[in-house]
Structure formats: C-alpha cells, structure tokens
Design a protein around this ligand. Structure first.
Ligand SMILES: *Cc1c(COP(=O)(O)O)cnc(C)c1O
Length: 427
C-alpha cells in the first residue's frame, strides 16, 4: 500500500471523510487523495515523494508559485514578533491601503479570515444598509458555505430557493432567488417582480466554481443597471477571480464598478486572509460605526497579513499579469489544439491565471451547458494525468490555476502528457 493509502485510511478514523474540505477527498474522480508533504514553485510532492505539476495552486492563492522566498521570509519575521494580539497593527492599515489602491471601487475594507466570512458579512451588510431581506444569486456560483447561500433554484422560474445542504432550514433560504448565470431576461423579470425588495445581487463576475465560465459583458451591465434603478447593492464575489484574472480583478476587465467586493484566496498568499469592502457610504453601516455586527478574533492576523501584503507587492511587478496570462493561454491553446488533433470533444478557455478544461464540443457559457459535459471522460483523463505527475482539479466542475512559476518547459511538458493521455483515452 502507498503512503497516501495509509494516510487516507488513518485520516478517515479521526476526520469525517478523511479531509477538511470535501473536494480534497477525490469523491468525484475516485481513487486515493494525495497527501502533500511539501511544495516549491509550480510543483508539489505527495507522501510517496512523487512529484506533480500543480494546477490547483491551493485553489488560487499560490499565484507566485509555492513557498516564494520573499513571502516565506515575511511570514517568518512576522511570526517571530508574535502570532496574534487581538489589538490593531500597522500591517492591517498597509493591507487595507494596498487593497483600496489596487481595486478603486473599494473605498474602505474589512479583513476577515475566509471567503465564506467575506461573502456572509457582505450579504449582512447589504441587507442592513438597504433594510431589505431578499437576495439574488446565480446557479453554479459558489460563495462559500453561509446558510442563505447554499441554495438551488426553486421549482418555478421566479420562486425562491431550496437548500442544497442538509441542516439549512428552508426559512433561511426563502429570501434567496436563484437565477441562471448569463441570462439577462430572467434578471430583468426578477427585478420587475421583486425589485424594491432586493437587498443585493451577488455574483462571481468570472465564475470559477462550475469550472471556468466567463460572464458576458451584457449580463454584468444589466445587473449594474438594475441594481441602480432599484436601489439594490451589487456584490462582486471576487474571492477567486480577484488578483487572479487581472491586478484590478474581473471588475477592471469588464469595467464595471460593484458597490461591494468580496476578496480572498490570492490576498492571503496561502494564509487565511479574506476581505470585503466597497463604498464608504455602505461600509459605515458596519460595527462599531453602524448597526451591522461583524467581528473576528483572528481577523487581520499579523502573520497572515504579512503573507498577503508581500504577495500583493510582488504581483505588482511590471508585466506580471501579461506574463501570467500568456502562460495560461499557452496552456489553454495547447489543450485546444490537442483536442482537435484527436477529434475529441475536449476544449479549454482561460482568463488571466485561471483556466478551464471541458469535455464539451465548445466552451460552455451557462451552468446547463457545463452540466452537459462528459464527466466520465474527465475522470479518466484526470487519473491518466495524475499518474503522469500532473495534478489537475479533482472534479470536472472546478477551474484550474497557473502560477508565475509555470514556465514554458512546464507548460509544454503538460501538453505533451495531455497528448499521450488523450491518445490513451481514445482507446
Ligand atoms: C473559495 C470561494 C469562496 C469561499 O472562500 P473560503 O475561503 O473557502 O471560505 C467564496 N466565493 C468564491 C467565489 C470562492 O471561490
């Protein structure tokens, strides 16, 4: 038995399913999860010392590659000064200033420790500031695991949602309207019917939790206009795409100004930092200034902030994003060419340092199209790649991530192995 098998058996005794976040358990693709012992640059090594090219990058944070020496040094220095104080530090100001500078729609920001906390708090803030209860989200977008966001569409077109998780009372989701991503007509209809009751619309402007699906510009423009017309708050959940698709996030690419933005993943550089922020006129409703309560013992933790701040500094290097985007596009273009060569329904797309691989005839633009992809082919492909030392997201419904450390040799190796895997798959 491999060390991964032994560890997985042992983990299942003390932890439900052997993992601390479900996708890590490989349930979707089958097989034994790899237990990672160390990582450097574009690679990590499992418990059997097998080396992989890593295309999940901790689900986004590892944009500089793993264990970047400057980030590690900043963390070590911060740790030596003490781990946590429960009182403010200058580092938190620097971090807030940096976020406000890089994302101009954010005039004020509050730091939290996870993306879930960021979206949950932004939602509460939107409800508190508008004194309205109803919210709109889109099928296939993931916003963390707060109760009122674990919702799927109701039975009718414009009926309120049903819980997607046991343990969430229907009462908690009855204010959440779930609509189709990239469907402007439905959005118009929902506002026509409920507009003056809608506290906020929350959206991933580049969706990365139903594989990669880009919003159409008109979808986001319609949303912005309707929120303005009805006094609703527009929340961009950029926990994944923020600092990942561009330095200013998806909002800088689409040139749309949300009222509030949720950030996470990259801004912690691998440690638990997330944030939500936006217009000062909305943020002033937060405690201690206003009546919307929000707090955190480890919020703005000095060690985590040191990792985040150093990461935010390093991604501002000249040409960082043009280089990252070019590397990711090289990978996606390569996937497309190999898919065509083999005559398979296999294609790819990318934006900034994020990519999607689809067992579809063309790149999906909606949740429904994504659900039509060939799951079993993906699962076979995943294992063929894993055996060859390429670690892709262990689910057909997750996006992939490239770091600045994924150089041409690494990308080209990946493409050569993809060619071999698809030849094998055709048999
Ligand atoms: C990862 C993610 C979250 C949740 O963040 P956690 O840190 O896992 O709680 C929320 N929204 C989006 C878009 C995400 O990708």
């Amino acid at each position: 038995m491999s060390n991964n098998d032994t560890l997985f058996q042992r983990a299942q005794l003390s932890t439900p399913g052997g993992v601390n976040s479900p996708v890590r358990a490989f349930r979707s693709v089958g097989g034994t999860p790899r237990f990672i012992q160390r990582a450097e640059g574009a690679h990590f090594w499992d418990a059997d010392d097998k080396k992989y090219i890593d295309y999940i990058g901790s689900w986004g944070p590892a944009i500089l590659g793993h264990a970047h020496p400057e980030v590690i040094q900043a963390v070590q220095e911060a740790a030596a000064r003490g781990l946590s104080f429960g009182a403010p530090t200058e580092g938190e100001i620097l971090m807030a200033e940096e976020i406000c500078k890089l994302v101009p729609s954010i005039e004020q920001v509050r730091l939290v420790s996870s993306g879930t906390e960021a979206t949950m708090s932004a939602l509460r803030l939107a409800r508190g500031a508008t004194k309205r209860d109803k919210i709109i989200k889109f099928e296939g977008c993931y916003h963390g695991h707060a109760d009122s966001l674990l919702v799927k569409a109701g039975s009718g077109l414009l009926t309120f949602g049903n819980p997607t998780s046991a343990g969430v009372p229907e009462d908690f989701t009855k204010h959440t309207l779930v609509l189709d991503y990239n469907n402007c007509e439905q959005l118009e209809a929902a506002f026509k019917e409920f507009g003056d009751q809608i506290a906020c619309v929350i959206v991933e402007p580049v969706a990365g939790n139903m594989n990669l699906i880009k919003a159409t510009p008109s979808f986001l423009e319609t949303m912005r206009r309707l929120c303005d017309d009805f006094g609703s708050i527009l929340i961009f959940d950029e926990v994944m795409c923020g600092f990942r698709v561009a330095l200013g996030g998806a909002q800088s690419i689409y040139n749309i100004t949300p009222d509030l933005t949720a950030l996470g993943k990259v801004i912690g550089g691998g440690l638990p930092v997330a944030a939500f922020g936006g217009k000062a006129s909305i943020m002033k409703h937060l405690a201690p200034l206003g009546g919307v309560y929000q707090a955190g013992t480890l919020s703005g933790n000095p060690v985590a902030v040191a990792a985040g701040l150093t990461t935010l500094k390093l991604i501002q290097a000249p040409d960082f994003y043009s280089h990252l985007s070019a590397q990711t596009k090289r990978l996606a273009d390569g996937f497309n060419a190999i898919g065509q060569k083999h005559g398979l329904d296999f294609c790819a797309d990318s934006i900034g340092g994020m990519f999607g691989i689809y067992f579809n005839s063309k790149v999906p633009t909606s949740y429904a199209e994504m659900m039509n992809s060939k799951n079993s082919a993906f699962n076979q492909f995943f294992h063929l790649m894993l055996d060859q030392g390429v670690y892709l997201a262990p689910s057909a419904f997750e996006a992939g991530f490239v770091s600045i450390a994924h150089n041409n040799d690494i990308i080209d190796d990946t493409l050569r192995l993809t060619d071999e895997a698809l030849s094998e798959l055709k048999k």
